[in-house]
Design a protein around this ligand. Structure first.
Ligand code: FAD
Ligand code: MLT
Ligand code: ZN
Length: 479
């Protein structure tokens, strides 16, 4: 089947409005959020329901044309865009944006793949519940993308990543069959867990069309505080002390170094320093309750006063209003945007055992800056999960090709240090295109062999998002 014939068949299945091959219409769908990769595609295909997704998959399988699923295109590793030179279709799930149902008695919600995360938050709130996963891209990231990357975010500390919040999945498999796994069962031991296999698969095993998600009680009252402190070690000790005082009310504990805060204040409008004095490190902490917020505040104030007395923190401000709480969160959530404006660096989404993270940051940052003169490490994020974004900004006078040349060496250096402490080169963003070579270089042979076997068993024609997540057996073929 030639390309023209293939596109005609897609149009016949989806109607004219479901397929576009116009280069101007295609353009916004071909480049990832960070602007690292611009790929090529034959067409953008936008099905409206699972039946249309099945039709597209069957046609693509018959023609041997790869499918690149895309949700909000906020992914950090270029998993949702095609590769340069690809003869593929981009399959957008954004038209599949219905919330199929909410069951407050079951504490569950069924959302189609294209539903935006903030819509899920809103729908859960309407029935006095909440969906406890949040991240800065909540206004664009979709349920299909969040499931397929097993996204983390800023509430993992208490509720775990996306995988721990998925009750069921509906997906179109590479042969065009529909896996109807949208159950809201809390317990189901029928062998292999296909739902968890599809979660985090980055579209390489099938196309998620809907998910059944776990809700929790609303906990509408929050205490948000901004802390100034001297080291990442003190931050982790502070977290453990705070947990001792207020228990699992601590939902977010986000580490922000002085240089990340400075970038935000420089590049993001309507932001201002949260504390009067400067500190090397900061933490944004959020505690939530559905009970007595005045009591939680008293306990939190007492705990923070003890941290001040013990010298673990140097200063603290508790938000006095929702507006101030939002202002604190804006400082944290716009770090990626500020980095993007400042210029692309080498990004590392690493995890190590939680207790090892302060030592990892404080030893690896000076090593990187000594090995690569002029570079600056910006290590921020989810300290309580043992996950920071250990990003390396290029020297001020770096040439335009820095990321592709020196940046690659920087990444190898950082990932080697991560491996030495038993960590992972992808804590929450996935592998996509950008981490593929490093994953192939560092992964255990048994892990790679098992992943290749699973991929081949479910997708023998290799049409599902090839060149993402699963390294080929011959390493030279990955780039
Ligand atoms: P896309 O980017 O469109 O796709 C991501 C991957 O999923 C691709 O491989 C794609 O092919 C696949 N995919 C998408 N939809 C489907 C589907 N229906 N079926 C099968 N495969 C599919 N991530 C975190 O984990 N934690 C954070 O704190 C965080 N913060 C972020 C902050 C900002 C400002 C930005 C821009 C991104 C952030 N991210 C974070 C990354 C990103 O938001 C998540 O990876 C998110 O899950 C991607 O959702 P998406 O809909 O944009 O997916
Ligand atoms: C974050 O925690 O802000 C995100 O994962 C985005 C990023 O790493 O830039
Ligand atoms: Zn993150």
């Amino acid at each position: 089947m030639d390309d023209g014939e293939f596109l005609d068949k897609l149009r016949a299945a989806l109607g004219e409005g479901g397929v576009t091959a116009d280069p101007a219409d295609l353009e916004p769908w071909l480049t990832d959020w960070r602007g690292r990769v611009t790929g090529n595609a034959l067409a953008l295909v936008s099905p409206r329901n699972a039946g249309e997704v099945q039709a597209v998959v069957r046609l693509a399988a018959a023609a041997g044309i790869p499918i690149v699923p895309q949700g909000g295109n906020t992914g950090m590793v270029a998993g949702g865009v095609p590769r340069p030179g690809d003869r593929a279709i981009v399959l957008s799930l954004r038209k599949m944006n219905a919330i199929r149902g909410i069951d407050a008695g079951d504490n569950s919600l069924v959302a189609e793949a294209g539903v935006i995360l903030s819509e899920v938050h809103r729908a859960a709130e309407e029935v006095g519940r909440r969906f406890p996963l949040s991240l800065a891209a909540k206004g664009s990231a979709t349920i299909g993308g969040l499931v397929s990357t097993n996204a983390g975010g800023t509430q993992v500390l208490r509720f775990g990543p996306m995988r721990s919040l998925i009750l069921g999945i509906e997906a179109v498999l590479p042969d065009g069959s529909l896996f109807e796994g949208l159950s809201s069962l809390r317990k189901d031991n029928r062998g292999y867990d296909l739902r968890q296999l599809l979660a985090g698969a980055e579209g390489t095993l099938g196309i998620v069309t809907a998910a059944s998600l776990k809700l929790v009680p609303a906990a509408p009252h929050r205490i948000v505080a901004w802390l100034g402190l001297g080291s990442a070690y003190d931050a982790l000790s502070g977290l453990r002390a705070l947990e001792g005082a207020v228990g699992d009310a601590v939902e977010s504990f986000e580490l922000v170094p002085a240089n990340a805060l400075a970038l935000v204040l420089k590049h993001i409008p309507d932001t201002r320093a949260p504390l009067r004095s400067d500190h090397d490190w900061h933490v944004l902490v959020e505690m939530r309750t559905s009970g007595d917020v005045a009591m939680l505040r008293t306990i939190a104030e007492t705990a923070l006063a003890t941290l001040l007395e013990d010298g673990l923190i140097a200063d603290a401000a508790i938000a006095e209003s929702e507006a101030q709480a939002e202002a604190f969160w804006k400082l944290r959530e716009t770090i990626s945007e500020a980095e993007r404006i400042d210029g692309t660096g080498a990004k590392h989404d690493v995890s190590v055992p939680v207790s090892a993270m302060p030592g990892f940051i404080e030893s690896t940052a000076p090593q990187v800056e000594a090995e690569f003169p002029g570079c600056r490490v910006i290590a921020f994020g989810h300290l309580g999960d043992g996950n920071v974004h250990f990003n390396v900004q290029p020297p001020k006078d770096a040439a335009p090709g820095w990321v592709a040349e020196t940046g690659v060496l920087v990444s190898r250096f950082v990932h080697d240090r991560v491996r030495e402490v038993g960590g992972s080169l992808s804590a929450e963003h996935g592998i996509g295109q950008l981490k593929l070579e490093e994953f192939a270089r560092l992964a255990e042979p048994a892990r790679l062999a098992a992943m290749r076997s699973i991929k081949h068993a479910l997708d023998p024609k290799g049409i599902m998002n090839p060149g993402k997540l699963v390294p080929l057996a011959n390493p030279g073929e990955n780039s």
